[in-house]
Design a protein around this ligand. Structure first.
Ligand code: COA
Length: 152
């Protein structure tokens, strides 16, 4: 399987949104609810410009992506989504490693994010630990903020 991780492009917000929708719905949330959630998100070029986006490409199309917000000592992992057709093939790890390497490269000492409950096992495999509870998020959920220390 040939998967390449490249920087995101400002004109691919629609495809990134599609991947986020099918990935979020993968855990069984109602599609209408997930579509509403996605419509409240911002996938515009202006928003993508504010993020550091990495896209995993297989068979010449985008199959997963992540985004990072650098903010001093702690970089923030804002997104991590893998198209369900490609889940379980190592793409999540590739994207996570790229996000962590980027964070380290800009001088962060840790990477943190809010974890979807079904993805906690994946993040633990990435070496992450629970840090604190989030503020209430979509659908009134409180999520676990998780993080990894970066080697520096
Ligand atoms: C969570 C997600 C990003 C993982 O991506 P993936 O490509 O399936 O993960 P990988 O194949 O790289 O798995 C890496 C390791 O984590 C393990 N793993 C993957 N998903 C797991 C899960 N949900 N629970 C426990 N372990 C998991 C794998 O078995 C593998 O273990 P190994 O080190 O023994 O080989 C992907 O399932 C996804 O996008 N899910 C839907 C959206 C989502 O939840 N995103 C996260 C939002 S915070």
């Amino acid at each position: 399987m040939n998967v390449v991780v490249r920087s995101g492009r400002l004109d691919e917000g629609e495809r990134l949104k599609q991947i986020a929708v099918v990935a979020k719905a993968f855990w069984g949330d109602e599609l209408d609810r997930v579509l509403d959630w996605a419509d409240q998100g911002d996938f515009s070029p202006a928003r993508l410009r504010e993020l550091v986006v990495f896209v995993a490409e297989a068979e010449d199309h985008a199959v997963g992506w992540c985004s990072v917000i650098p903010q001093g000592e702690t970089s923030w992992l804002e997104d991590l989504w893998v198209d369900p057709d490609w889940i379980g093939k190592g793409i999540g790890r590739l994207l996570f490693d790229r996000a962590a390497a980027h964070a380290e490269g800009v001088g962060a000492v840790r990477l943190e994010w809010e974890a979807e409950p079904n993805a906690i096992g994946f993040y633990e495999r990435m070496g992450a630990k629970y840090i604190r509870d989030s503020e209430p998020r979509e659908w009134g959920r409180t999520l676990s903020v998780m993080g990894v220390e970066l080697r520096g």
